[in-house]
Design a binder for this molecule. Structure first.
Ligand code: UDP
Length: 386
């Protein structure tokens, strides 16, 4: 039997799923995306003025500790090694991030070795916090108030638009704290950037003749679509799918102020601005994401964070308690459907990196293919908990 599938969204989730279904099945797959390009928020494009490859929706550095995911993406396009070495600008000084021995020594004007620094930072930690529940408690317990206020409080308040005490500890756990001079922003062993950008990678994932891509095509669910398609895979925001019937899930969005100039503007790909009084969160200069290229001109962006309203692109799921209650209602509603699955960062409303999205889409594809093979109902979500 020839299957006919609809995949809504041409980001990594939709593209990986389409790739896997096309590889395994006799099928046609329509992929719709409401934007004018594929690759979702990972979309890259050469800047017309400077010819620099720009990560149009903000910096994306591929990093994973899973060899199979690294091999998978490298089987489509060439990656070059890239290590993200972020700097922090705070009260007129430049520091090394993530917080490491250099940061500690600079900040406290010391020459500690690793063990001394560890003991010193431990002595600063708030001993009254045993089981940190929030971003703030996690930071105060492990860093103490001075480092927390310098590098995390202001940045996080700007980034999330609320007090860090209202945010989950999991957000801070994304960042390592190190007692050596390793300033690699990520811990994962495989790190790089595709030589020709992420859009080429997504185009290659979608390269099968079984896949038909429609851009600028908005999706509105109607049950009639289930008479045309054997299965619909939706990777957009779950609240939008249900026309926001239980309300809008909270997201932060980011906006960019673009600048071009000659030469090198800041000498690094990313500099974070940690003072609460500086309105932007960070500045990214994109030619530094491709150090294998040479450019006379440069393009950089000041990034600002704000609450997502109706016409903004959702970036970071806030996942406050009220959001989680709403998400539960949407997931229950989705669970009542048949012929429909929900996949990816927006449809599952989670803070996911590219490698998480790709890993989950690969795993979900296998589960879906298995369910077809076994004649069982397809999984509605890739994850059980919310
Ligand atoms: N963060 C911070 N100061 C920094 C960088 C990050 O306080 O200089 C906090 C902030 O709350 C941010 C979180 O750590 O949302 C995770 O940072 P990450 O760099 O992983 O964010 P992303 O790259 O996803 O924007």
């Amino acid at each position: 039997m020839q299957h006919k599938f609809l995949i809504v969204g041409a980001g990594f989730s939709g593209a990986v799923l389409a790739n896997q279904l096309a590889k395994e099945l006799d099928c046609t797959i329509d992929v719709w995306d409401e934007r004018s390009h594929v690759a979702g928020n990972c979309h890259t494009k050469r800047d017309a003025e400077t010819n620099v490859m720009v990560h149009e929706y903000g910096p994306h550095i591929f990093n994973t500790d899973k060899k199979e995911i690294w091999d998978f993406v490298n089987s489509f396009v060439e990656f070059k090694p890239f290590i993200n070495r972020v700097k922090a600008n705070y009260k007129g000084n430049i520091y090394s991030l993530p917080v490491n021995l250099h940061t500690i020594n600079q900040f406290f004007n010391k020459t500690f070795g690793p063990e001394e620094a560890k003991a010193f930072i431990e002595s600063l930690g708030d001993k009254t916090i045993t089981d940190p529940q929030s971003f703030e408690e996690q930071a105060l317990k492990f860093l103490g108030k001075d480092l927390y206020h310098a590098f995390f409080y202001g940045y996080t308040k700007k980034q999330w638009g609320c007090e860090p005490s209202e945010l989950p500890a999991s957000i801070l756990k994304r960042l390592p704290v190190r007692f050596n001079y390793n300033d690699n922003y990520y811990n994962n062993i495989y790190q790089g950037i595709p030589v020709n950008g992420y859009t080429e990678l997504v185009e290659k994932l979608l390269g099968s003749s079984k896949i038909n891509i429609s851009l600028n095509k908005k999706f509105n669910f109607s049950s009639e679509l289930l008479t045309t398609y054997n299965h619909i895979f939706y990777t957009g925001p779950i609240d939008a799918f249900f026309d926001y019937k239980f309300g809008r899930l909270g997201y932060r969005t980011v906006t960019f102020e673009k600048h071009t100039t000659d030469g090198d503007y800041q000498g690094n790909a990313v500099i974070n601005y940690c003072d609460e009084t500086v309105p932007h969160t960070r500045v990214h200069e994109h030619k530094h994401f491709a150090p294998w290229e040479a450019h006379d001109r440069t393009v950089y962006f000041k990034e600002f964070s704000k609450e997502t309203t109706e016409n903004d692109i959702p970036y970071y799921p806030k996942r406050l308690e009220k959001d989680k209650i709403m998400l539960d209602a949407y997931r229950t509603e989705a669970g009542r459907s048949s012929g429909l699955s929900f996949l990816g960062r927006l449809a599952t409303y989670r803070y996911m990196d590219m490698h998480h999205v790709i890993g989950e889409a690969l795993h979900f594809s296998q589960s879906f293919l298995q369910s077809l093979h076994d004649g069982k109902s397809a999984p509605v979500f890739p994850n059980t908990e919310n």
